[in-house]
Design a protein around this ligand. Structure first.
Ligand SMILES: Cc1ncc(COP(=O)(O)O)c(C=O)c1O
Length: 400
């Protein structure tokens, strides 16, 4: 049997994943500092979230390729609450942001075309791009009192087959927002090279604290002169990844915007993948979202404060964290004793499970990423163990 080249992935279990599975199956403790499943992390979902499933409409089937109008209106109301005007006609519902990306890649790229992605960033893009035969070009950002797009590298990465730029705003895992000034530069860059702009705003509602000079608003609130596609969904907004609902809002310049929506509609009509029950339910879930977001914000700020206290109390400052403006993650700087995967493996041997920085394409080694959604006690214990372990490793390397 012949398999496609685009799915010619290395499907071997990584040594890190194997080590985790072995440790868990042998019953040894694993303090999981990667946990990000809201319900498993103890975020309480309001009981009334089950109510909409009893509505008779849930059993009705009246598909609309772009998603039920009432569901799209609920998403528009979500944006209106944030001071952003979006029309239901600008939107296509999907089963998740992954499907949203795959639709966008299909309408924007032919096989072999490329898309620029500033890194560090979300690792799933690689597989999504492979699956659509799209070539992702990582463009390292500059880190100098925050993260910045590296315009020289962006220019150098352009070829005749470049079609789009993906931006995660705020970024995962760095948690920084793209400033209004930088977005203007990005529009000019996209205009100059005839590119579309895809902006992933799944973490938009999770700004840590209002920071002077930080523009935490949606790209949909910024004037945009290039084709813009904003992607978001309820997996983060409502802490409901199991419900599988996301959307694409097309904005920016015409006639491309209307043309893109027509193509997206044909794709969505081909699959009709978003279930009726979730489209009915989202109408009452979105207005109730604050109850979930408040718990998530509390967890994140509590864990971040605990992390800062623990970092402060280190006898020697082997570990520090990068300033973040938003999101569910903290990026830790550690001594670059080994590559990040090996460091994660050594920490796992001591009972604490973290993301190696390389997982998010952090530059060089010496980076770990931890989830701030982990339940409080597990988080604090895990952080203490992490700090003790890094200190022990650094001191033994020092004494050699
Ligand atoms: C930047 C980013 N976009 C999208 C997602 C996932 O969204 P969905 O569950 O809607 O596919 C994640 C998940 O962590 C993410 O980090």
């Amino acid at each position: 049997m012949h398999f496609s080249r685009r799915t010619d992935w290395n499907t071997d279990t990584t040594s890190l994943a194997r080590a985790l599975a072995e440790r868990r199956s042998s019953g040894q403790v694993v303090l999981d500092l990667t946990a990000s499943n809201p319900r498993r992390c103890g975020i309480q979902l309001p009981e009334q979230f089950l109510q909409p499933f009893l509505a008779p409409e849930v059993l009705d089937y009246d598909p609309d390729p772009r998603g039920q109008r009432a569901a799209r209106q609920a998403v528009c109301a979500y944006y209106a609450e944030r001071g952003v005007s979006v029309e239901p006609e600008q939107m296509v519902l999907t089963t998740g942001t992954s499907e949203a990306y795959s639709f966008l890649f299909r309408i924007l790229c032919d096989p072999g075309d490329s898309i620029l992605v500033p890194v560090p960033g979300y690792p799933l893009f690689d597989y999504l791009a492979d699956a659509e035969s799209v070539h992702l070009v990582p463009v390292p950002m500059l880190r100098d009192h925050g993260w910045h797009l590296d315009w020289q590298r962006m220019e150098q990465s352009i070829t005749s087959s470049t079609r789009a730029v993906i931006l995660v705003h705020p970024n995962n895992p760095t948690g920084h927002f793209t400033t209004a000034e930088e977005s203007e530069q990005l529009y000019a860059f996209c205009r100059r090279h005839g590119l579309a702009l895809i902006v992933d705003e799944v973490f938009l509602d999770y700004a840590l604290e209002p920071t002077p000079g930080v523009d935490a608003c949606s790209f949909l609130a910024r004037q945009c002169s290039v084709p813009l596609f904003v992607v978001s969904g309820i997996s983060k907004i409502l802490g409901l990844p199991q419900m599988k609902l996301a959307w694409i809002v097309a904005a920016g310049s015409e006639p491309e915007r209307g043309q893109a929506l027509e193509r997206l509609e044909v794709l969505a009509d081909t699959f009709l993948s978003v279930s009726t029950p979730v489209q009915v339910a989202v109408r009452s879930w979105l207005p109730e979202g604050a109850a979930v977001q408040q718990q998530i914000r509390q967890r994140i700020s509590g864990n971040l404060a605990a992390l800062d206290v623990a970092l402060e109390m280190q006898p020697v400052r082997w570990v520090s964290r990068l300033e973040a403006q938003a999101g569910w993650y903290a990026v830790l700087r550690i001594p670059a004793l080994h590559d990040d995967e090996e460091m994660a493996q050594r920490l796992l041997e001591r009972g604490v499970w973290v993301h190696p920085g390389s997982f998010f394409a952090m530059p060089s080694s010496g980076w770990l990423v931890v989830s701030l959604l982990t339940p409080e006690l597990e988080f604090r214990t895990g952080v203490m163990l992490l700090l003790e372990s890094v200190a022990a490793m650094a001191e033994s390397a020092d004494s050699r």
